[in-house]
Design a protein around this ligand. Structure first.
Ligand code: UT7
Length: 430
C-alpha cells in the first residue's frame, strides 16, 4: 500500500483523459472531488421470514436459504410509501453530513417503484425536506440505479455546476411483486438508503465509474407499465417478471468485468481494494463472482440474508451497514457494483474519507440538528401554504383552462337546446 498515497492523489480527477490530467497537474486548484460525507438508511419494521412465506407460496425455508442466502426481508406496511422510507434515509444522511436541506443543489432518487411516474419521488423529497434550492429528478436504471445516480451527482460536482447533492436509492418492491410467482416473490424486500455528496479540494471520493447497458436483454427482467403496446403471456402489468437463470449468468459475468474495469480506470489494482459492496441479489452470485475474480468471498460485503433484494436501495443500505460494522475505514478504497434490469450495470471506485470535517458534539451538534428540524417544520407549513395559495388564487382569478372548457360545453348545450326546440330544417324553410 506504500505507493497508494501517490496513486490516491494522482487519480482523483478521474482518469483516463490525458488532457484533463495534464490540465489538473498544471492547475491543481481546478480539481474538484466528490466525497460521500453523510449516509443513512431506512427499512420497514415488519420482518417477514422464509417460514412465513411457506404459508403464502409453494416454497420452503430450505430452498430459499440454499438457493439465495436470504433468511428474511422487510415488507412495508400500508402506511409506508417509497417517499416515507426515502425521506427518513435522507434525514439521517443529512444529519451525518451536517448539511442543511437548503444547502442542497441536487436530489436524485434511483427507484423503479415510484408513487407516481410523475411527480417524481425526488420532487416529493425536495418538498418534504424544504430543499428549496435543489433541482430534483428520478433516475431509472433498475438495480444499477444508485451507482448511476452517484455518478451523475459526482460529475456535476466535478464540473463545479453544483456543490452538494443528495443521492437516494429507494424501493417498495412488495407492491410490484406477483405473490403467486414463487420464482420472484421470495427474493425481494423494501427499503431506502441515501448519501450526501459534497465537493472538496481534498483528493479522494469517487475515483472512477463504469456504466453499461445491453437492451437486448430487456425481456429478462422488468416491470411492464402503461407505455407498452401489449403485454406478453405470463407477465402482469406493474408486476416484476424475471428469467432468474439468465439474469444469474449475466450478473456473475458483468460483475467481474465491471469491477475490473472500474478498478483499472481508477489507476488501481485489486490489491488496493479493501471492500466490494455489491448489489444484494443472491449470495451464490457473490460466491461465483469472487471465484471469477480470484478473491476471497469475504471481500464482498453481504447483508442479503437480512433484507433480500431491495433493488436500487440495496447498495446504499449495504454501505451504511458496512460502515456501521467497521468494515470501511478512512482512506479505504471500496468498489460499489450494481446490475439489473435493462440490462444495466454500474461499478464505481470510491476512496472513503468518512466525514472530512470535525464532528460537532454537545451543544454545537444539538444546534445544527435543531436548525434542520426547523427546516423540516417550515417545509411542512410551506407545503400547506402553497397549496392553499394556489387554491385561493385559482378561485379568485378562475382557471382559464376550466373557463374555456366550460364556455365551450355551455355553447354546445345551447346549440343542442336550439336544435331541439327549433330543428335546422324548420329554421330555413324552403
Ligand atoms: O436484482 C435483479 C437481479 N436479479 C438477480 O440477480 C436474480 C438472479 N437469479 C437468481 O438469483 C436465481 O436464478 C433464482 C434464485 C431466481 C433461482 O435460483 P435457481 O437456482 O436459478 O433456480 P431455477 O430458476 O433454476 O429453478 C430451479 C427449481 C425449479 O423447479 P424445477 O423446474 O427444477 O422443477 C423452480 O420451479 O426451483 C423451483 N423454484 C422454487 N422452488 C421452491 C423456483 N422458485 C422456487 C421457490 N421455492 N421459491
Amino acid at each position: 500500500m506504500g505507493e497508494n498515497g501517490n496513486l490516491r492523489k494522482g487519480h482523483g480527477e478521474g482518469g483516463g483523459n490525458p488532457l484533463s490530467m495534464v490540465r489538473n497537474i498544471l492547475n491543481p486548484q481546478h480539481i474538484r472531488h466528490a466525497h460521500i460525507t453523510g449516509w443513512g438508511m431506512e427499512v420497514p419494521n415488519r420482518v417477514v421470514t422464509n417460514a412465513e412465506l411457506e404459508a403464502v407460496v409453494e416454497t420452503t425455508d430450505e430452498w430459499i436459504r440454499s438457493r439465495t442466502g436470504i433468511q428474511e426481508r422487510r415488507i412495508a406496511s400500508e402506511r409506508d410509501s417509497v417517499v416515507t422510507l426515502a425521506f427518513e434515509a435522507a434525514r439521517k444522511a443529512l444529519d451525518r453530513a451536517d448539511v442543511l436541506p437548503t444547502d442542497l443543489d441536487m436530489i436524485i432518487v434511483a427507484t423503479s417503484t415510484p408513487e407516481d411516474i410523475y411527480p417524481t419521488t425526488a420532487s416529493r423529497i425536495q418538498n418534504l425536506l424544504g430543499a428549496t434550492r435543489a433541482g430534483a429528478f428520478d433516475l431509472s436504471a433498475a438495480c444499477s440505479g444508485f451507482v448511476y445516480a452517484l455518478n451523475m451527482g459526482a460529475q456535476a460536482i466535478r464540473t463545479r455546476s453544483i456543490e452538494k447533492a443528495l443521492i437516494i436509492g429507494a424501493e417498495l418492491n412488495s407492491r410490484v411483486l406477483d405473490w403467486n410467482d414463487r420464482g420472484t416473490c421470495v427474493l425481494f424486500g423494501d427499503g431506502a438508503g441515501a448519501v450526501v455528496l459534497e465537493g472538496s479540494e481534498d483528493a479522494g471520493g469517487l475515483l472512477s465509474c463504469v456504466l453499461g447497458s445491453d437492451g437486448s436483454g430487456a425481456e429478462l427482467l422488468g416491470i411492464p407499465t402503461v407505455g407498452r403496446s401489449s403485454i406478453p403471456d405470463g407477465w402482469a402489468l406493474h408486476k416484476i417478471h424475471m428469467d432468474g437463470r439468465e439474469v444469474f449468468r449475466f450478473a456473475v459475468h458483468i460483475m467481474q468485468d465491471s469491477v475490473r474495469q472500474a478498478i483499472d480506470a481508477a489507476g488501481l489494482g485489486m490489491n488496493d481494494i479493501q471492500l466490494i459492496i455489491p448489489h444484494q441479489a443472491n449470495q451464490r452470485i457473490l460466491t461465483a463472482a469472487a471465484r471469477a475474480l480470484n478473491i476471497p468471498e469475504s471481500m464482498f460485503y453481504s447483508n442479503v440474508h437480512r433484507y433480500g433484494n431491495t433493488s436500487a436501495a440495496s447498495i446504499p443500505i449495504a454501505l451504511c451497514e458496512a460502515e456501521r460494522e467497521g468494515r470501511i475505514k478512512p482512506e479505504d478504497n471500496i468498489v460499489l457494483v450494481g446490475f439489473g434490469g435493462g440490462l444495466t450495470w454500474a461499478a464505481a471506485v470510491i476512496q472513503w474519507q468518512g466525514v472530512p470535517r470535525p464532528q460537532k458534539r454537545g451543544l454545537g451538534a444539538a444546534l445544527a440538528q435543531s436548525r434542520r428540524e426547523v427546516q423540516y417544520v417550515a417545509a411542512f407549513w410551506r407545503d400547506r401554504a402553497m397549496r392553499t395559495y394556489r387554491r385561493v388564487e385559482a378561485s379568485l382569478r378562475g382557471s382559464p383552462a376550466k373557463n374555456a372548457a366550460m364556455r365551450e360545453e355551455r355553447e354546445k348545450k345551447r346549440r343542442k337546446r336550439d336544435d331541439l326546440v327549433d330543428p335546422p330544417n324548420d329554421r330555413n324553410p324552403k
